[in-house]
Design a binder for this molecule. Structure first.
Ligand SMILES: Cc1cc2nc3c(=O)[nH]c(=O)nc-3n(C[C@H](O)[C@H](O)[C@H](O)COP(=O)(O)OP(=O)(O)OC[C@H]3O[C@@H](n4cnc5c(N)ncnc54)[C@H](O)[C@@H]3O)c2cc1C
Length: 562
């Protein structure tokens, strides 16, 4: 196959020839045609202007600088005041607050809860996907606030009190009782020293005060991110079992709650964000949902944070790709731009396919959240697609960012390029909200206990059938396996095979989306390399049968100009 010419421009002749200028003043939304199309397809055309405006803001030099500064100057813990009184405050660099203010003003924490128009989840997913590309750390409390609201609504009385502050588009970083605040943020406390995946092992205890729905909580949380949030959904044991509580930093009486921050974690990445260890000593909290049904209550929050993990992983991939393409459009080696080197074209084209499929998957998942109200099939699809997408995208982001970083050569390994920050952030999404194995077991659980989820997934795959024989055969094989699985759900052997299953379900789902929404050339190359055996173990091993120039064209057209 003759490859389409790749659009190029002259080697940069700046003060230092062949050093690539940073990518600034570009629009993170409009430069991503896959994302733009997904927003329109998902019914969020009404939000395009809002996403476009945020895309412009995030690409400016000033806002990119905020991301750098918030990570260069990480938060600090202040346990005591000068007189020895407990203070339990974390202080952040002003850049963190600027990032938070921008995200809250654009309603990343609330859009689907405040705007009833169809497509609100899709619109928010697009806002989130571009925001993590600028700075991912601060999206942790933003995401927990968005997700926590979904669970808090199980308790209308408490929700009524908190909702106006949580849904406010005003960011209020003040450490004060709710009554004195214009906006409020939510966090989450499940993981304890003895276990994070197996929360049933939680030892934190809650004792009811009289006959009310108020409790005193005593225990600890080994990971508690963004401890300056105003309240936390936490799990604690009661005589009726594990239960969910809202535990605020200040009590209803306006006193500082018995919530003690022991220390901040020294983390691999995600350095702008504070993750802490906390102790509760008779901390005041209110029951959310039924006593003993804590996991069922908090799972609504977990499902939304899993959605955000999938969106964030796709966003990190996109940003790594953008930086790699930008670099190769302007850097020369051996007398040609890197973009003109056939092997670099292969690497970049392979990354383009992976990123496109990741974006389609995350956006389709967000769409299912929009469509699940009153649509049982979408709800069932969303249930299983959340697990599949969270697992798969959080795995794929790791080799992806590593490969993209290498495209920048030595500069990619240096902090100034921004690539090390992406690289350190990448493994987090796989750990948060259910590590890889736990999510694969969740896929099995969904298929076993909620058969409608498997049926909804197959229906989704069927909608792309007939377009490519390889895909049809792949889907048929999955269908057969699912039928056989049903006969032997009791066998423990299935657990050990659940990653194999999850990988195939993810690939089938991504392929069905490529068939329906990507160009014929990209889809053919994706199918051959991902479903067939026409691919190596690494990126950059696409067959010469495919038009790599055409695969690269949209990205290089945009980033060769920048
Ligand atoms: C930066 C950061 C911030 C965090 N913030 C928060 C927070 O705000 N709130 C909060 O509650 N938690 C938070 N966490 C904790 C996180 O959710 C947990 O680390 C995660 O759920 C895993 O729990 P664990 O660390 O106890 O690992 P474990 O549960 O001990 O798991 C260890 C490994 O074993 C695997 N595994 C577990 N069970 C099985 C099984 N049955 N079969 C096969 N493999 C299995 C897991 O997949 C994992 O790979 C944070 C973590 C990080 C890194």
């Amino acid at each position: 196959m003759t490859s389409s010419p790749v659009p190029t421009r002259k080697v940069h002749q700046g003060e230092y020839p062949n050093q690539v200028a940073p990518l600034i003043n570009y629009n993170l939304f409009t430069s991503d045609p896959t994302l733009v199309a997904a927003v329109e397809r998902g019914g969020a055309t009404w939000a395009v202007e809002r996403v476009r405006e945020l895309g412009r803001i995030l690409g400016t030099e000033e806002v990119q600088r905020w991301g750098v500064e918030a990570n260069e100057k990480p938060p600090t813990l202040h346990t005591h005041d000068r007189n020895g009184n407990r203070r339990d405050e974390v202080l952040f660099h002003p850049a963190w607050h600027q990032l938070m203010r921008t995200s809250i003003a654009h309603r990343l924490h609330s859009l689907p809860w405040t705007d009833m128009r169809h497509g609100a989840h899709v619109a928010r997913a697009a806002l989130m996907m571009i925001t993590v590309q600028n700075e991912a750390g601060h999206t942790c409390p933003v995401s927990m606030t968005f997700s926590g609201m979904a669970a808090l609504r199980a308790e209308p009385e408490i929700a009524k009190l908190w909702e106006p502050k949580i849904l406010s588009s005003e960011y209020d970083a003040g450490f004060a009782p709710l009554s004195g605040k214009k906006g409020a943020l939510l966090g989450m406390g499940m993981t304890e020293k003895q276990g994070g995946s197996d929360v049933r092992a939680n030892t934190t205890r809650a004792e009811r005060i009289g006959s009310s729905r108020e409790y005193l909580v005593t225990g600890h949380k080994w990971f508690c991110s963004a401890p300056m949030c105003d309240a936390f959904l936490i799990l604690a044991q009661t005589p009726n079992g594990l239960s969910c509580f809202l535990l605020p930093r200040w009590t209803a009486a306006g006193d500082k709650n018995n919530f003690f921050i022991q220390r901040l974690k020294d983390k691999l990445g995600n350095r702008s964000n504070a993750s802490s260890e906390v102790e509760f000593s008779n901390a005041w909290a209110q029951l959310v949902g039924e006593e003993g049904r804590g996991i069922n209550t908090i799972i609504e929050m977990v499902n939304h944070t899993r959605l955000d993990c999938a969106i964030a992983a796709a966003g990190l991939m996109r940003q790594a790709l953008v930086q790699a393409v930008h670099h190769c459009c302007h850097r020369a080696a051996f007398g040609k731009l890197l973009l003109e080197q056939p092997l670099m074209q292969n690497v970049l084209a392979d990354l383009v396919l992976e990123s496109e499929a990741a974006t389609l998957m995350a956006m389709r998942l967000a769409e299912s959240f929009d469509r699940r109200a009153g649509d049982e099939r979408q709800r069932a699809f969303g249930r299983i697609a959340t697990a599949i997408s969270k697992y798969w995208l959080c795995k794929r982001v790791l080799p992806f960012v590593s490969e993209a970083l290498e495209c920048l050569g030595g500069n990619g390994y240096v902090e100034d390029s921004g690539m090390p920050r992406l690289y350190r952030e990448a493994p987090l999404y796989g750990i948060w909200e259910g590590s890889g194995n736990v999510i694969c077991l969740d896929i099995l659980r969904a298929l076993k206990k909620e058969p409608a989820t498997g049926e909804a997934l197959l229906q989704e795959l069927h909608s792309a059938k007939g377009a490519d024989q390889r895909f049809d055969l792949f889907t048929n094989a999955i269908e057969n396996d699912m039928v056989n699985m049903k006969k032997s759900f009791a066998s423990s052997g299935q657990e050990g095979q659940s990653r194999r299953l999850a990988d195939r379900l993810a690939l089938a789902l991504q392929t069905s989306l490529m068939i329906r929404h990507a160009s014929a050339g990209n889809t053919q190359a994706f199918i051959a390399s991902r479903l067939g055996h026409d691919h190596g173990a690494n990126f950059g091993t696409l067959s010469s049968a495919y038009d790599l120039g055409a695969i690269l064209e949209p990205a290089t057209r945009i980033f060769s100009q920048s």
